[in-house]
Design a protein around this ligand. Structure first.
Ligand code: MG
Length: 185
């Protein structure tokens, strides 16, 4: 019998490069640099995708969408996330909750955190209060020109589908209810 819950972990990092758009959690943020990468460089969506894939024991994002394949050049990372969610639902699970930490010097994520959570809520189809998003700065680890995302996700077994009701009309009319015999006086 499959386990009732499963946990997944995802990690990703991308380097900042000038004059490209910055996307975090599917949202475009105003900044003078963006995240380089073969796709749109959305470090948070990549870590979420890997966390979901890992939870169901599926191949990771780099195996499913190899950077060597020109098909994924400049791809919207929502495509990767949706594939992971499709596999998760096929395996019979829903997301219970998700927590994440973003580590970058700039831009400050705090002012955008609620907008990112609201957007993730729509992408993942879970309430925003089931999504944690913490913003950290890379103190003393020498990654000032990188963005790093850590994600954990908990999946719960989806409720079993109900059998469809049999709505066929019976061949014979239903007999009237039997009257109870009259009481003897
Ligand atoms: Mg990545």
């Amino acid at each position: 019998m499959p386990p009732s819950t499963r946990i997944g972990f995802g990690w990703d990092s991308h380097e900042f490069r000038p004059n490209i758009p910055l996307k975090i959690g599917g949202l475009r943020l105003a900044h003078n640099k963006g995240l380089g990468g073969h796709s749109d460089g959305d470090v948070l969506l990549h870590a979420i995708t890997d966390a979901v894939l890992g939870a169901i024991g599926a191949p990771d994002i780099g195996t499913l969408f190899p950077p060597s394949d020109p098909k994924w050049k400049g791809a919207d990372s929502v495509v990767f996330l949706n594939e992971a969610l499709k596999r998760m639902r096929a395996a019979g699970y829903n997301i219970s909750n998700l927590d994440s930490s973003l580590i970058m010097l700039a831009p400050k994520i705090g002012p955008h955190a609620n907008a990112i959570r609201a957007h993730l809520s729509r992408l993942l189809v879970i309430p925003a209060d089931c999504i944690g998003l913490k913003a950290k700065t890379p103190e003393g680890i020498g990654t000032d020109n990188a963005a790093i995302a850590n994600v954990v996700v908990l999946l719960a077994k989806a409720p079993a589908k109900r059998e469809s009701f049999n709505l066929t009309v019976p061949d014979k009319p239903v007999p009237p209810p039997r009257k109870s015999p009259a009481k003897k006086k």
